[in-house]
Design a protein around this ligand. Structure first.
Ligand SMILES: [Zn+2]
Ligand SMILES: [Zn+2]
Length: 205
């Protein structure tokens, strides 16, 4: 018992060499570093999930017409060859966007716009088989019959990015932009968002 006060004070002295506020600071920095690493891992996981979803979606809709699928019609064709293609604004919108879109460097395959992790057909000289898949899908999802609700929600979303949904040139330009620092363009982001909207709303697959 007689040693206790001396022991306590020497422990306190050795601790006192590193000021308490510095220890807190180190701990805080550690936590921050851990947080940065964690959110990096989380965003990597989110990107991997996005890519998986994207790949599955373009595979399904590559040569299946979404418009006809929703109506229980024969659907083994693309929008370009759809017998009902002239009944909505989808087809002219699709053709215009596809003709004018320019993908930012490193934002994806310059023919179809998919991330290079999914499509590397730009390396070959042939035409990319995914060309137009995302754009025609978006066209049908917002310009077909019965798409008013989703279109309105999408209009609000684009407004948040400063893009007017009725301004075709502005939408086309926006699609081609790179999404932040990711090797992805905004077309991919909007395609994923609209697909998820429709899947939540209940659609025919
Ligand atoms: Zn069709
Ligand atoms: Zn491609």
């Amino acid at each position: 018992m007689t040693n206790q006060p001396g022991h306590t004070s020497s422990t306190m002295q050795s601790q006192a060499r590193i000021p308490m506020h510095a220890i807190h600071q180190f701990e805080q920095q550690d936590r921050q570093r851990q947080g940065v690493r964690q959110s990096f891992d989380q965003s990597q996981q989110a990107i991997s999930r996005q890519l998986e979803f994207l790949q599955a979606q373009v595979h399904i809709w590559q040569d299946q017409c979404w418009y006809c699928t929703q109506r229980g019609l024969a659907a083994e064709h693309d929008l370009y060859q759809c017998p009902h293609g002239n009944q909505t604004a989808a087809k002219p919108w699709f053709l215009h966007v596809r003709r004018h879109i320019k993908y930012a460097p490193f934002s994806g395959c310059f023919q179809c716009g998919l991330p290079q992790m999914i499509c590397q057909q730009w390396k070959e000289k042939s035409q990319c088989t995914y060309r137009g898949v995302m754009i025609s899908m978006i066209a049908m999802m917002v310009h077909g019959h019965g798409t008013a609700d989703v279109r309105q929600a999408w209009q609000q979303r684009l407004q948040g990015f400063g893009v007017d949904v009725n301004n075709q040139a502005a939408v086309t330009q926006f699609f081609g932009q790179r999404h932040g620092n990711e090797e992805m363009n905004e077309l991919v982001q909007e395609f994923i968002w609209l697909r998820q909207r429709w899947m939540e709303a209940g659609e025919v697959e």
